[in-house]
Design a protein around this ligand. Sequence first.
Ligand code: NSS
Length: 433
Amino acid sequence: MAHNVTIEQIAAHAGEAVTLHGWVADKTDKGKLQFLRVRDGTGVIQATLFHKSVSPEAFEAAKHVPQESSVIVTGEVRQEPRAPGGYELSVTDFEVVQRARGEFPITPKEHGIEFLMANRHLWLRSSRQHAILRVRATIIQAIRNWLDEQGFLLMDTPILTPAAVEGTTTLFETDFYGDPAYLTQSGQLYNEANAMAFGKVYCFGPTFRAEKSKTRRHLSEFWMVEPEWAFGTLDDYMKVAEQMVSYVVQTVLEKRAAEMEMLERDLAPLKRVVPPFPRISYDDAVKLIQTKGDANFKWGDDFGAPDETLISEQFDRPVFVYKYPTEMKAFYMAPDAERPEVCLSADLLAPEGYGEIIGGGQRSDNLEYLEAQLEKHKLPREPYEWYLDLRKYGSVPHCGFGLGIERTVAWICKLEHVRETIPFPRMLEKIYP
Ligand code: NSS
């Protein structure tokens, strides 16, 4: 009796008869021998059909089976050092579940990115996408494990919200029973309420920004993990974030070696990702840019991608840039007590030109300051009334941060663009498939 197994488990079944359920990745016809590469989602294996080892019907079916037909294959697992993965299947039975209709649109030849994106639902079957999306899953698992172990409580925050978190220019508006509502840009404000109720919390979910520019690191829908905790400062946030990011990178190196190899990722820069991370003030970063990069850069300007690259090139691991100008950042940032023109914020820039992957800081715990900030940012008070309440009943210094999953995956896998880091990316004017 052949057991149902997955290709991932194949090594444990050498010499045994097994049954695989999968798809034909491709095929070579050598007359009396048919070589099929069978993919089942967990891996790929070569399945060899010798005309005398299977029924004539099964042999004919294999000979004519089109690429990406779904199949059930039974055979003996043989160790084969020359085969990718080290094992082969000597087929004794072959059954087609569905014969693919026509030629599969994605072939080994080079396709343009537009074509691949329009066929994302099929492109997901390729080995490179498998590697990237497995790394993504491991990154998410590592983040959750780490936060759970550190005592952060998972608190889901709403997606439909009545107000902005990160400015009003990137809001996706929707209709909520006749009133306007917005898809959330960040769970942070609700997380602050959660932190005042539970101490240490995190939310992890999709967030939305109507980004009107096409860049290699902006999505309209992206996933963010946001830890938030009471009695925390800017310094505390940086310590927690560097521990978490290091743990995530080291976990990927440990658990996803095969995927990193498939992606031809240079591991040396990732091995260096251990705490402590360097920290540079916004002021010093500006001086650096003025001397080594753009001489016209002014204090108060936001960093462009080349500026971020210049800053991160000075260090051998991710770097925090801290205390940005208050004017540049969101309304909720706590001002520096000695220098209110800067705030207790910090961004983490990833190395190798990947730029910002985390934004965060200490939140203002002062009612009057926040009231003034809402006015300054031209935000209506009413939808934030509950948020102001948090500063009336046991307000404490607190902090948190948001890490963008897709940018983190792009960096760890060293990809050119975030579009490959999520199964179905949403970008400027792109919502199909
Ligand atoms: O705007 S952030 O810098 N910060 C926040 O949203 C805070 N409210 C988070 C917090 O403190 N709880 O965004 C945080 C991260 C940023 O560093 C990126 O990694 C990612 O979210 N991010 C994005 N990823 C992909 N596409 C887009 N458009 C995008 N915007 C931010």
